[in-house]
Design a binder for this molecule. Structure first.
Ligand code: ZN
Ligand code: ZN
Length: 270
């Protein structure tokens, strides 16, 4: 059966998104989705501080309330749409165990693992590219894909978030050749982790989606499972480009994609 879903959404708790969780659920109903995943940024568990990065992720104290709110909405809307409990967690190699300990306390349907930091800096920090030449960019790109591959091996994640977001504010990055990309895709496939088509690339300088067509074709070659996420930080973007992504995936050769319930894949036809 053909299904419509969106697994990657945020809300006001993170400090840089608008709307309450219920606004995203209602937007999903308006879009005719069958399932909506809520996946706000996890608190920065690697820090001793209550809220390490205000404006980037919620405070630790907010986290149980976040989970509870999603679970309440799951019940409230059960007859109309499936609300899935997700979270987007930073992949930080030194803190994998800490995140696991924190996240295992709750009944997540899925965890999105995202690499937001590479070689000590945020990938969306525009200033890091100002004086970067091609060799510096390549170094960052290779380090980024090493991290992506390492994240797939942790067993912590069902989905890897936006796996070429490194190009977000450095579009040239997409054209730099390195076999680290294929190496990462092989590791992802071997570990049965899904990648998302994240339609928020168009909000950044690179335009389009994450990942780009080339990378999606390589993912198809290696049989990497695919899911969809708008990465909406505004309810208006829920389900954004869903049908266009479906058509793109079909044109590449994919016949199915998946979402997650209780950390198991629900595979549906495209
Ligand atoms: Zn965000
Ligand atoms: Zn996100």
């Amino acid at each position: 059966m053909q299904m419509k879903f969106d697994l990657h959404t945020h809300h006001q708790r993170c400090g840089h998104a608008v709307g309450e969780i219920e606004d995203y659920v209602i937007a999903a109903l308006d879009q005719g989705l069958d399932a909506i995943g809520i996946s706000d940024h996890a608190p920065f568990f690697g820090s001793d501080k209550e809220q390490e990065l205000p404006g980037v992720a919620m405070a630790k104290l907010e986290f149980p309330a976040y989970v509870e709110e999603v679970l309440q909405l799951k019940k409230k809307y059960a007859n109309r749409i499936e609300v899935l409990l997700g979270v987007e967690a930073d992949f930080l190699p030194d803190h994998v165990h800490t995140y696991e300990q924190q996240l295992q306390k709750y009944p997540f349907d899925y965890v999105i693992g995202s690499v937001h930091f590479t070689l000590g800096r945020n990938i969306f920090d525009k200033s890091r590219w100002e004086s970067a030449d091609a060799s510096e960019m390549l170094k960052v790109k290779e380090a980024y894909y090493d991290l992506i591959a390492a994240s797939a091996q942790t067993g912590s994640y069902q989905v890897l978030g936006h796996i070429d977001a490194i190009k977000g504010f450095c579009p040239e990055m997409a054209d730099l050749k390195t076999n680290k990309v294929d190496e990462a895709l092989k590791v992802i496939a071997k570990n049965h982790v899904a990648i998302e088509v994240n339609t928020s690339g168009k909000m950044k300088d690179c335009g389009g989606w994450y990942p780009g067509d080339d990378l999606l074709e390589r993912a198809f070659h290696y049989n990497v499972p695919i899911t969809l996420g708008s990465d909406a930080h505004d309810p208006q973007r829920v389900g954004d480009d869903l049908e266009a992504v479906r058509e793109k995936l079909k044109s590449i050769g994919f016949t199915e994609w998946c979402y997650f319930r209780e950390k198991g894949p629900v595979i549906v036809k495209l």
